[in-house]
Design a protein around this ligand. Structure first.
Ligand code: PLP
Length: 395
């Protein structure tokens, strides 16, 4: 009899977003006309910028013209987009060859698929609180997971402590949900640790474009030694509003070798076997993000979200509530007031001022007592939510 992948039985039920929507539905059942302020969303609210839209339209027209029509695209990405992404890295002095850049349909897809490169007996270390996909994708693959909790004592940026020696190390910087960002010195410690132990770092740079402090690294490849121990996974979802359009990229250096196998070569083999490339139209839209005008326009959108974050941070400052993130990340990670637990604070905000956020305990137990606000909402909702929170919590 066929035996399914029994590791799926090990997955914990994902209560976080299910519970949030249950609570919202219940609230609206009793008060159908209530207006809710959704400050927990991880999706963007601004549309794609003009430059991207123009490129998408023009690519659609190409597909109607026998001279310009494109069929299957190269599995690892269109040369024009691989070049544009490599040029983007070069601006920060990270020199990549085009074939170290792989175009993808988004970071989530890659975070799951990349695990094909590693033995199932390998172990994974996840710095927590964390984006839930890291743990779940490894449970599905049957891997042993080491959970490394972080907290206020290290600003949610833990260092390797030598107690565990995992094969895969997940680092998300800027972090979802805490908004914390590794500086060069701290990241270097992880790079050295990974090189010493022959581990591989999976560096999730989905929020790199939100970094405004020039001293902070956007890419792990800004750190010496990273090319022999890291894979970087990135996305245009939050950078350029591609959550529904779907586009990302993954960098695997040619020098990354384990046990005589080169991971870049392996990934080429994987992609050419398991995908037929990302749509020509979408890749054309993606390339527009990296033009001078495209960069200007996406930066304006990011500045809009940053302003939302500032409004929230200003309110928390006035209330004297401690928080992390917000400055170099789209998330504000606040400490629940009056020692409340995460879900207690969720209920309190929903029932009293109709604000919805994300309970920190949903990102593993060390998130208990924290609450995540996102800056991806509309300006009107953000301003009103900040006003309501101010009036409510100052009492
Ligand atoms: N990585 C992190 C840390 C995220 O927060 C998200 C989405 O919220 C993703 C990856 C997934 O991004 P994508 O939309 O490219 O799949």
């Amino acid at each position: 009899m066929l035996k399914p992948n029994m590791n799926y039985g090990e997955l914990k039920d994902s209560y976080l977003f299910f519970n949030i929507s249950q609570k919202i539905n219940k609230y609206l059942e009793d008060r159908p006309a209530a207006k809710l302020y959704r400050m927990g969303i991880g999706d963007v609210s601004l549309p794609l910028c003009d430059e991207v839209i123009k490129a998408l339209h023009s690519a659609v027209d190409d597909q109607a013209d026998p001279e310009r029509f494109h069929g299957y695209m190269p599995e690892c990405g269109a040369p024009f987009l691989r070049r544009a992404i490599a040029d983007y890295y070069a601006k920060r002095d990270v020199l990549l060859s085009d074939d170290e850049v792989f175009v993808s349909s988004g970071a989530s897809d890659e975070l799951g698929d990349i695990l094909d490169l590693f033995d199932r007996a390998s172990t994974a270390l996840v710095i927590e609180p964390a984006y839930p996909a890291y743990v779940d994708a490894n449970i599905m693959a049957g891997r042993k997971i080491y959970h490394l909790p972080s907290g206020e004592e290290n600003g949610f940026l833990p260092e390797p402590d030598g107690k565990v020696c995992a094969d895969l190390i997940y680092i998300c910087s800027p972090n979802n949900p805490t908004g914390a960002v590794f500086n060069r010195a701290k990241l270097k410690k992880w790079v050295d640790y990974a090189n010493r132990n022959a581990s591989v770092i999976i560096f999730d740079a989905a929020y790199e474009a939100f970094i405004e402090d020039n001293s902070l690294p956007h890419s792990i490849f800004e750190i010496n030694g990273a090319k022999t121990c890291a894979i970087e996974i990135c996305s245009l979802s939050k950078t350029a509003g591609f959550t529904g359009t779907r586009l990302g990229y993954t960098v695997i250096p040619k020098d990354l070798e384990r046990n005589g196998m080169y991971l870049n070569d392996m990934w080429v083999r994987n992609r050419t076997t398991k995908t037929n490339g990302v749509s020509y139209i979408i890749q054309k839209g993606g390339a527009a993000v990296f033009t001078e005008e495209g960069q200007k326009q996406i930066k304006a959108n990011i500045a809009f979200y940053k302003e939302n974050a500032k409004i929230l941070m200003h309110t928390l400052d006035k209330l004297g509530i401690k928080y992390y993130g917000g400055k170099n990340a789209p998330y504000v990670w606040m400490k629940c007031p009056y020692g409340m637990k995460s879900w207690e604070f969720f209920d309190c905000l929903l029932n009293s001022v109709q604000i919805i956020g994300t309970p920190g305990s949903g990102f593993e137990s060390c998130g208990e007592g924290y609450f995540r606000f996102s800056s991806f909402g509309t300006r009107d909702d953000t301003v009103e939510a900040a006003r309501r929170m101010m009036n409510f919590l100052k009492q």
